[in-house]
Design a protein around this ligand. Sequence first.
Ligand SMILES: Cc1ncc(C[n+]2csc(CCOP(=O)(O)OP(=O)(O)O)c2C)c(N)n1
Length: 803
Amino acid sequence: MTDIKTVIQEITVNPEEIIADYRLVYHSRQVSLVTRREVMSGKAKFGIFGDGKELPQIAMAKVFRKGDFRSGYYRDQTFMVAIGALSTTEFFAQLYAHGDLEADPATAGRSMNAHFATRSLNPDGTWKNLMETYNSSPDISPTGSQMPRLVGLAYASRLYREIKELQTYTEFSRGGNEIAFGTIGNASTAEGMFWEAVNAIGVLKSPALISIWDDCFGISVSSEHQLVKQNISNLIEGFRREPNTDQGYDIYTVPGWDYPALVQTYLQAAEIVRRDHIPAIIHVIELTQPQGHSTSGSHERYKSKERLTWESEFDCLIKFRQWISDNDLAMVKELDQIEEEERQFVEEYRKKAWQEYISPIQNEREELTDLIAELAKKSIHSDQLEEIRNNLLAIPTPFRRDALSAALKAMTIIRDEKFPSKNQLIEWKNSQMAMNEERYSSHQFSQSSRSALNVPVIEPVYSPDSPKIYGFEVLNTLFDKALERDPRVIAFGEDVGKLGDVNQGFRGLQEKYGKLRVSDTGIREVTIIGQAIGMAMRGLRPIAEIQYLDYLLYGLQILSDDLANLHWRTKGGAKAPVIIRTRGHRLEGIWHSGSPMAGIIHLLRGIHVLVPRNMTQAAGFYNTLLLSDEPGLIIEVLNGYRLKETLPDNVGEFTIPLGIPEVIRPGEDISIVTYGATCRIVVEAAERLSQLGIDTEVIDVQSLLPFDIHGSILDSLKKTGRILFVDEDVPGGTTAYMLQEVIEKQGGYYFLDSPPRTLPGKSHRPAYGSDGDYWSKPNADQVFEMVYQIVGESDPTNYPNYF
Ligand SMILES: Cc1ncc(C[n+]2csc(CCOP(=O)(O)OP(=O)(O)O)c2C)c(N)n1
């Protein structure tokens, strides 16, 4: 093991490097200044920049190696440039919302400025060799939300180091020597997920190096309103590890304007983190924010005169310049010269980025105005067309939407006229629509060959010897096979390890596969999800368990803000094939029998949401997801573990396709569409209805996202003419979603003989006990009654109203 002092001596920073660092700090500052100007002049909508935080980022970049990962936030502009993961033209392209991937490789114009990311995927969706690149997970705006995924990014190194079978995955790790670097603003450390993540990383003994950029403010709110004792260093003291132990963090505090101290601190901290997997926090204090928080307002409104004076003196750029001069590393003239050069470079990059952004838009406008001019020659409404054309040409910096609106207006004007060149306008409009659909809406789901929708269907195989076993045992057998097959499959959650989960799906598997493959976590839903996201970003296949569906709400924000839009917001640059496992719908009590599915499906577009009715269906879905490169949520039916099911002989292989409903009881008179725990209830009601001669078709949709991709429910409706949607969500929740899918999207409206109906749970939470459940959730009596009423409406003779 290398001694820390030797390391520092070995990696001395030479004068040329110092001057290059100065150049970069100045360059970044200039970019920030120009960014503000661009926003103020109306060329860009909003600007946020890294000014005042440049120097510590230079120090951090010195210890950042290929294979490492960053999980940071919008201030890290200098760092991203320093590691070569961001060019200045790319920074400006994102500022202008340039919607092309080549211009803004981080987000293709989908994210506001200073949202950084590197691309982990090849254009075909396969992984790049992440050991050959400097990696940054894709930023999101909610402050503190970079912390949950940091847990998994760091923990992955530990798994790659300690699980022997993973050591061949050399495109993701070399012996777990990679650091996950987190950055966060001082004010955002008041967020709960900061604390949860710091604790989790400490418990997991994972190599994270967390930098806190402390400028004493969170927009206008000073530290006294953010933190007890106003100082995060005081608060994190309890995380500090005792000398010569491996529990806790190494904690450093260093002024953000002190170049040698910063370099030394980062060198020392990173070496220990990398070598020993002891996490570290570097609290970088005395930072400034020279232009205020963003372009949204000036900081003179909330900073005192004294503070502003102090900031102008302790600005890291000024201090760095002074230090260089004081140490005779460069003459004042040389520094002036560098500054002049950098001002010019930045201006050149800005111009280039602007031209590359605006030229195609101007060209498209020109195409359209030429078309309209041609049409005006033939149309009887030439004046109106000319006016549209002139108005469009008069816009100094047009957007694409201006041209499209003009085209639509022109089309309306000439709607009654007939001449062939009209078609060119229609074609132009259609090609714009298609181009912008791709520009803004592609990649919500995998477009690779490993999309979950491409997984081949393998039917379950049954033989006379197939045993009938409890539902939890079906899952137990399945998880055993999955863990055996692939060392990247890692399962974790509350009570998953020693106990094998509260319903024993993982019973005995920790003993068999070890504590790292099947493990317990603390009660920390947000970072269980984050742990999974980070691990999956580094090539692992986490199965993260949230103990009950009701507690998924804790993790819903991070699932929604981070995981669900990850692939979309990077236009296919990153993926995290996470499997979230949970159980719900029905047990007893307010927080153990909820089924808040509408909240989930509406917030989690981008994640597959699967609602199997039994454990065999669940097993098929696990197999499908494990063969795909997409994230999915599987909700098992909580009261189904102790029901017996026949174990397929190929439980480890069979797959169930996504978005394919299953008719679980054929019928002719009415279609009932449902999922999950209500499948059994509806079938029970259907049997009773059949005694009265009402033949009910019961359809289990099985997967809510995607929903019935081939429109097969419509076939059922065409046959029966009547439809009822049943579930346990609130009124207007998932039943309304299913109704919209079938009646509006599939065109079910045209085949209805009776009004479509929904039978959800009550609008309040489910009350406790058997009676509480009966009067809170749909039951077989209610299903029976509602179907009887629907049928009775059109056939009152045979089905008179007796209620
Ligand atoms: C969850 C959330 N709440 C509020 C905001 C609005 N917001 C954006 S930045 C910011 C202040 C963050 O301050 P700090 O963490 O100290 O970082 P700094 O900007 O000072 O570097 C706030 C409140 C947000 N983006 N996300």
